[in-house]
Design a protein around this ligand. Structure first.
Ligand code: HEC
Length: 128
């Protein structure tokens, strides 16, 4: 019985591993929703919104040369998976007064895929 349970657990873990490559591809499609305003990669510049290289672990409102709203600047959030998920579901709810005009992504799977995609880009814009 115990053996059966651990075998199915192992299958679940392996299954999750196999899915992650696809998740990044799905995340890249989701990123299309952000591209009008944000850039990623070694040549990323600030546009309507700040560049998003090395987002995870970054403190909100700290991209040099980008003119943030007071709300975003003062939010003092460190972007991690949980905070980002909450934010991207409804940016105006998480940071009232933000100038990011985006309805939000409600689907948890899509948020996870997008997170995996974004996490590839280090501070220098290189894929890690
Ligand atoms: C219509 C333009 C627009 C779209 C689309 C958009 N954003 Fe933004 N985003 C902004 C602006 C403008 C800001 C700066 C907000 C402020 O200063 O209040 C911002 C800020 C952010 C921040 C905070 C960055 C920081 O340094 O604190 C994150 C994270 C973010 N956006 C992620 C995303 C993601 C991911 C998507 C796509 C799912 C997206 N945004 C779509 C315009 C946009």
């Amino acid at each position: 019985m115990r053996l059966l349970i651990s075998a199915s657990l192992l299958a679940a873990v392996l299954g999750a591993g196999a899915a992650s490559a696809q998740d990044i591809a799905a995340g890249e499609r989701s990123w299309n929703k952000c591209r009008a305003c944000h850039q990623l990669g070694e040549t990323a510049k600030n546009g309507v919104g700040p560049q998003l290289n090395g987002l995870f672990g970054r403190v909100s409102g700290t991209v040099e040369g980008y003119s943030y709203s007071t709300a975003n600047k003062n939010a003092a959030i460190t972007w991690d998976d949980a905070v980002f998920a909450e934010y991207i579901k409804d940016p105006k709810a998480k940071i009232p007064g933000t100038k990011m005009v985006f309805a939000g992504i409600k689907n948890e799977k899509e948020i996870g895929d997008l997170t995996a995609f974004l996490k590839q880009f280090g501070k220098d814009g290189k894929k890690q």
